[in-house]
Design a protein around this ligand. Structure first.
Ligand code: GDP
Ligand code: MG
Length: 441
């Protein structure tokens, strides 16, 4: 997959301009590549048509060529389809929180249970109890006991002949009594999906009422991934997926298929047999891995950054000309800030601002505030944005109502705009003294 897409994009990169035929050709190759990665056909079809829909009519970013634009669209859409942001296993429930691991035999349930227990202990400072519900495979319960020792977490004493539902009940009772925060229930798997397995897992679930039910699946599963994920989702109900053996030749195709078929986030990646080889699933990283074009993506990101830089330069020029910093400029700044994840990013971009760092840090802007501030500005008329001084009491009321905020918030924003404008003026002056150029490079 990697080689193939790499070739396609190399070919596209070499061209000056990208025709519509090129886009179609590129998507055809993407389609073949995804199919080769064992992504199920319906998933591939959805993916391709959504990417096409996204691409059509989309402006090509300045500073990058159309081929790179296609890459960015493919990559972004793949990231979205994989869930967008990383989602952690959720422990936010009254203790003891039950986490149930389900999946076929050999998928890595027991190993992942122990890895997760270790992570909860070390990272989240939780007291964890591991309980094996696998009464079928010889020594399966002992296997978990050994792993629990390695992970330095508790394990439920083995009672010979006990049934899975009873084991789960006992685990929850003991956990409550002994003050455990988390109970991980490691269920038994079968070689194939069967009704007996599904019924048992469903029975355990209704008894233990786990906060999370995580399907553990081998990343090498291929086309079966869809059937497995769909069956578990329909018969048991899932809250997340753990993908194991991502350390091998796994192509990540299973991730795309399982996410798309269940609508549930992939939360974990198993990257080896050792207990510390567990990672939080990051959709963007996997997208890059599936497409095998991390370099291209960072190139496009750099290009996008260049555009931000151009915006900053334009702004700097405007300030130098003394035309002032209006609310439209502020909105643009807020948007950039949000894109770059906060103040630090902007500091590097705005010329000569480093010196004002301390001042800016006091502003303590966070994501939510940025969104609200942007909403307030968007509720203003263009005239108001250019001439903030005309915004008096009645206009403030209207703007507050339009943006779902209070007049106080509007006042705060206007005050902040004044502060920023003042600061920008200072920057402009510095620029005239020659610091601007240094800052821009
Ligand atoms: P279960 O039957 O679902 O409980 O599967 P196990 O946890 O017993 O795992 C089966 C085999 O897969 C064991 O040999 C594990 O060491 C191995 N295994 C589990 N997770 C991973 C992983 O992420 N990478 C690799 N390379 N091996 C793994
Ligand atoms: Mg097992």
């Amino acid at each position: 997959l990697t080689g193939r897409l790499g070739e396609v994009f190399d070919r596209l990169k070499r061209r000056g301009a990208l025709t519509e035929a090129d886009v179609t050709a590129a998507l055809r190759e993407v389609r073949i590549a995804l199919l080769e990665a064992d992504v199920a056909l319906p998933v591939v079809k959805d993916f391709i048509s959504a990417v096409r829909e996204r691409a059509v009519g989309q402006e090509v970013l300045r500073g990058i060529n159309p081929a790179q634009m296609v890459i960015k669209i493919v990559h972004d859409h793949l990231t979205d389809m994989l869930g967008g942001d990383a989602v952690e296993v959720d422990l936010n429930a009254p203790a003891p929180v039950a986490i149930m691991m389900v999946g076929l035999q050999g998928s890595g349930k027991t190993t992942t249970s122990a890895k997760l227990a270790r992570r909860f202990r070390l990272r989240d400072k939780k007291r964890v109890l591991l309980a094996s519900l696998d009464v079928y495979r010889p020594a399966a319960q002992q296997q978990l006991e050994v792993l629990a020792k390695q992970a330095e977490v508790g394990s439920l004493p083995i009672v010979f002949g006990e049934k899975p539902v009873a084991i789960a009940e006992r685990a929850m009772k003991i956990a409550a009594r002994e003050g455990y925060d988390v109970v991980i229930l490691d269920t038994a798997g079968r070689l194939h999906i069967d009704d007996v397995l599904m019924d048992e897992v469903a029975a355990v679930k209704s008894k233990a009422r786990p906060h999370e039910t995580i399907l553990v699946a081998d990343a090498m599963t291929g086309q079966d991934a869809v059937t497995i994920a769909k069956t578990f989702q329909d018969r048991v109900g899932l809250t997340g997926i753990a993908l194991t053996r991502v350390d091998g030749d796994a192509r990540g195709g299973a991730a795309l298929a399982m996410r798309s078929v269940t609508g549930k986030p992939i939360k974990l990646l198993g990257q080896g047999e050792k207990l510390d080889q567990l990672e939080t699933f990051h959709p963007e990283r996997i997208a890059s891995r599936i497409l095998g074009m991390g370099d291209v993506v960072s190139l496009v990101e750099k290009a996008a950054e260049t555009i931000d830089r151009e915006e900053a330069e334009k702004l700097a020029a405007k300030i130098q000309k003394g035309t002032g910093f209006d609310l439209d400029d502020m909105a643009k700044q807020l948007r950039q800030l949000r894109k770059m994840g906060g103040m630090k990013g902007m500091l590097g971009m705005l010329p000569g601002v480093a010196k004002m760092k301390a001042q800016l840090n006091d502003a303590k802007l966070d994501e939510k505030i940025l969104v609200r501030q942007e909403a307030i500005i968007m509720s203003m008329t263009p005239k108001e944005r250019r001439n903030p001084e005309i915004i008096k009491a009645s206009r403030k009321k209207r703007i507050a109502a339009g943006s779902g905020s209070s007049v106080q918030d509007v006042n705060k924003l206007l005050k902040q705009h004044q502060d920023m404008a003042k600061m920008m003026k200072q920057v402009g002056k510095l620029g005239k003294k020659g610091m601007m150029r240094g800052g821009l490079q």
